[in-house]
Design a protein around this ligand. Structure first.
Ligand SMILES: [Zn+2]
Length: 136
């Protein structure tokens, strides 16, 4: 008795495949949570993500960029335009001037780098570390 040979699924691979018809893959996107509701239960479509929870859709090309959060000495997030106060005396590098605890810097600007805060104190441009200030 001969078993009729079943055509293997792979014998059809020469056919053009429309990837758009593939069912979306449901994944738990730990590294790519929904930008709208922040939950991680998302569908991976060919060119975009879809949130199972809230229905939000977003492009795969424009993956959400996680904004860097700069926090002050107490863990409060800082933003451009904030006013901060020094929590300790800070000696200025290359000078004998000391910035006193409590000195305020208005209208700060957050920058990349080792000193996260760009600001002016008493008219002079300063770069401060966020860990030495608190939000005023
Ligand atoms: Zn969502």
């Amino acid at each position: 008795m001969t078993v009729p040979q079943q055509p293997l699924p792979c014998s059809r691979t020469w056919e053009p495949v429309n990837l758009a018809e593939f069912p979306p893959l449901r994944i738990l996107a730990m590294s790519n949570p929904c930008p709208a509701c922040t939950l991680e239960d998302v569908l991976s479509h060919l060119d975009h993500w879809e949130c199972v929870t809230c229905g939000h859709e977003w492009s795969k090309e424009a993956a959400p960029v996680t904004a860097r959060v700069v926090k002050d000495a107490h863990g409060n997030p800082l933003a451009d335009g904030d006013t901060v106060a020094l929590i300790k005396d800070l000696k200025l590098r290359g000078s004998s001037q000391v910035l006193k605890q409590g000195t305020k810097a208005k209208n700060i600007r957050l920058v990349d780098g080792d000193h996260e805060i760009d600001c002016k104190i008493e008219g002079s441009p300063m770069a401060l570390k966020a860990c030495f200030v608190k939000k005023a």
